[in-house]
Design a protein around this ligand. Sequence first.
Ligand SMILES: *[C@@H]1O[C@H](CO)[C@@H](O)[C@H](O)[C@H]1NC(C)=O
Ligand SMILES: *[C@@H]1O[C@H](CO)[C@@H](O)[C@H](O)[C@H]1NC(C)=O
Length: 484
Amino acid sequence: MVNLQGFVLLVVFPVIGAIGGQIPVIDGVIGGVSKAVVSVKPQDFSVAATTPGKLRVIENSGICETTPGVYQASGYGDLTATQSIWFWFFASRKNPDTAPLALWFNGGPGSSSMIGLIQEHGPCRITNDSSSVTINPFSWNNEANVLYIDQPVGVGFSHGDLNVGTSQQAAADVWTFLQIFLSDSRFSKYQKNNLAIWTESYGGHYGPAFAAHFLAQNAAIAAGTVSGLNLNLKVLGVGDGLTDPLTQYPGYIIYAGNNPYHPLVSTSVIARANTSWTSSNGCRAQITACNNGGSNSVCSAAQSYCNNNILSPLAGNYDVYYVPATNPDPYPPDITNYLRSVASKIGAEATWQQTNRNVYNNFAATGDWMRNSRPDLETVINAGVRTIVFDGDADYILNFNGVEAMVDKLSTKFTAVYQQQKFATYAVAGQTAGQYKNAGTFSYIRIYGAGHEVPAYKYGKLATGQAAAQMFTQIMANQSLSST
Ligand SMILES: *[C@@H]1O[C@H](CO)[C@@H](O)[C@H](O)[C@H]1NC(C)=O
Ligand SMILES: *[C@@H]1O[C@H](CO)[C@@H](O)[C@H](O)[C@H]1NC(C)=O
């Protein structure tokens, strides 16, 4: 019955978020909560020949990265006999032995990191007709080793028991995966290199949670209470992220009425959403209750209410990931057929899907969406991990109004300096590309012309992904942002 209802609604609303969408549409609501949310535990896939605690690897498949001499590997880290995490690793095009190692995670929750690889900043990018890929001159592996990870178990090419329904549970599995990855003889040489976490969208929760967990595990290893490899975390990058919903949700009301492009809905729709925010049992009150020690059901109800009454209706007829376009924007192009066509060559075992709804539903059941990840972000910044928060100004679903409110609310050792900063113009090769602030080892940048998947867009005379690549390069080199 529930499945049937979901199916019918998908047919009735085939277009909402259907193309570039990383955040599922449930019963017509973007980021909604299914009426009959039940935690899903069973395996959705199994293979006999897993190697618990070890990697299974295909080296140099020749897929995607076609630069001569650049090493790549893809495969699985088997957490257990029935839980396999998919990875795709690309060595740096320059100095791979000394280059830092960057991890990439897409959001959802439940969405595959192959989105980032093939649509955003990998060595190859999908063509506009979705039929093939072309080399990406602004790939993030130009100067870094990049490891794309499909997580939690069940997402993308990963497969097995679905036991994860919170960002903290996800963090524990990613840490375990990295222990396996960095213990493998092919990759142990990267143990000492600088490590970075880059992520977007639901990564506003994942990034701070993963980084804080890595630091806590490092401390426990140093104290002798946990055994394992120290993770040399130096950088955290969060793009278009959901971190602190209580601070960010008013951003929907502001952005829908006034953004660099056009209003998304009429003033009456905005007024209704505003009432849903402020009313006594409204969205603000429900997120507050969630954040003040609320149970999973309180947080889950807040997600349902707020996305039903604020996030979804305020999008109007525009693509929530890129508001200059009406919904659905066919760009970035779909990658499903391409990934399925190369799956056997890269050693992938599951049938690739952009988003695993069961994983999403497990998170929706805990209300993890509405929990506040800002304290973890503050911990990570204060620990000296260089951190950048970035946002594309054409993205509605995690718009810059909300993200900048979250950044303004950060309470860290750099807050006083940050508050004194005025936005400076960010130029790339002499062309304006955005506006930014630096404070200590923290930076924020709003990137002009970019939608939700920031590196997938271009602006002015710049090429696709050029502005994002400059940002990535500067931060990975442990520099503050600066114009060129
Ligand atoms: C692909 O489509 C996007 C969005 O319409 C456009 O900006 C880009 O130039 C196109 N790419 C090519 C190679 O035509
Ligand atoms: C929402 O309503 C309040 C009054 O209740 C008002 O002060 C505020 O400006 C409104 N916000 C928007 C974005 O319209």
